[in-house]
Design a protein around this ligand. Sequence first.
Ligand code: SF4
Length: 170
Amino acid sequence: MAGQESGHPGAAPACGVPTGAAPVGAAMVIGSGVAGMQAALDLAASGIKVYLVESAPAIGGKMVQFDKTFPTNDCATCIISPKLVEVARNPNITLLTYSEVTAVEGTAGNFKVRVKRKSRFVDEERCTGCGICWNACVSRRIPLVKTIRKGSLVIGRSKDEGTSDGDLHP
Ligand code: SF4
């Protein structure tokens, strides 16, 4: 067992931590897609403090953009939502969203990581996500015409373009 090996004086532990160096006891997971979130949850469940770094403003990765998953046609949101909540509420996981790793130093078991946190221009502790500022923002970009495409084929347009029904049409 790895724990017994690392207990021998002078023996190199199985995890690759240099002999004599004390592990800091925290882990960093970069990327908060399904795999990153599961890795963070598993580490946190093992009692390890986890820093989950995500370059996007929110966690979830690509799966939160899907409606259904292949090949079972399961609801993507139904699968990922419980994980999003679990990650957000886990006291052992610190989320660093809208952030990027810019430097990594050190050796296995004792890394020092520099993380650049991009500004959101709001107080994250106080923001409730009500959306009032978004609605009032004069520089937000919303397409006048919402077009749904499948490859080069247009399969739907929004009401703004003067369609009779305003919904999807072939
Ligand atoms: S207006 Fe609402 S969404 Fe915008 S920063 Fe304030 S609390 Fe957050």
